[in-house]
Design a binder for this molecule. Structure first.
Ligand SMILES: [Zn+2]
Length: 276
């Protein structure tokens, strides 16, 4: 399974692909709901996108020689999840992961924590997330991107982990040089990880945006954005900062490895430049 390794100052960062799934640009099934379909299709044409794109899930491993920090865990679906194979490519097993930061609790970011037998996948991990995610999503069924059956099975393994969680706020330092950033909107406790070491930086964008047309149209939201106005506000602010600082970004759902930068092309409009 593909992995992509880079260093950010003293930290080793490895993008771990969990899934790469074809994504039909189809008005009947799209999760892009922020504009009439003809406008979205025109934006896709501008980007050279045909009838089908890619929906990937790209997690991030950060290592400092002492800790192995995993950010998000993929969807945990036996038929298409390859996170553990990607981790093996990086020379690690699930037992080696001692810290897990969950950017939010949607099923495509947490599903990999509990396997389809209901067992905890990372037995030695301590977990970090916003407390509101626990409060809001735990009682719900189904979770976004999980079936009702899978949600119930997942929760049986997940709920007892509460005493292994540290609930955190923006600004929390997960590791020296890895800081939690507020990006609420997509979910009430949606947080990002800012990796900064020496004069290098990487911002793990998680689901601040999901689809390519949202760079040029950050006001187009996604069906899974819980607070759509807040998500738009957050998206604009983060893209502005990323462009100003020419920051390397990792976008969870873009084609592997989901790394690139943004260039401002208009007011609240940006162009994605994937890492070559
Ligand atoms: Zn997601």
């Amino acid at each position: 399974m593909p992995i992509h390794q880079l260093t950010v100052g003293d930290l080793t960062c490895t993008v771990l692909n969990d899934t790469t799934t074809p994504y039909a640009y189809d008005p009947a099934t799209t999760d892009m709901v922020g504009a009439p379909w003809d406008e979205i299709r025109a934006a896709l044409d501008d980007l050279g996108e045909g009838p089908t794109g890619i929906d990937a899930m790209n997690c991030l491993l950060i290592q400092n020689g002492e800790h192995n920090l995993l950010i998000d865990t993929g969807v945990g679906d036996n038929s298409r999840s390859h996170l553990l194979a990607s981790l093996a490519e990086a020379g690690l097993t699930a037992d080696d992961i001692d810290m897990i930061f969950l950017t939010h609790f949607h099923g495509d970011h947490t599903g990999g924590l509990v396997n389809e037998a209901g067992e905890v996948v990372f037995p030695n991990a301590h977990y970090y997330a916003a407390e509101v995610e626990w409060d809001i999503w735990l009682p719900r069924s189904p979770w976004p991107q999980m079936s009702e059956e899978r949600t119930e099975q997942f929760k049986k393994g997940f709920a007892p982990l509460k005493d292994r969680f540290t609930f955190i706020e923006p600004g929390y330092e997960l590791l020296p040089g890895v800081t939690v950033v507020d990006a609420r909107g997509h979910s009430p406790g949606h947080y990002l990880a800012h990796v900064h070491s020496g004069d290098e930086q990487l911002l793990y964008l998680s689901d601040t945006l999901l689809r390519l047309p949202q760079f040029a149209h950050p006001d187009w939201h996604i069906i899974f954005d819980v607070d759509k106005e807040k998500a738009v506000e957050t998206r604009k602010a983060i893209l502005k900062r990323a462009a100003e600082e020419n920051m390397l970004l990792q976008v969870y759902h873009l084609p592997f490895p989901g790394l690139g930068t943004v260039e401002q092309i208009g007011e609240d409009a940006y162009r994605w430049q994937p890492l070559a």
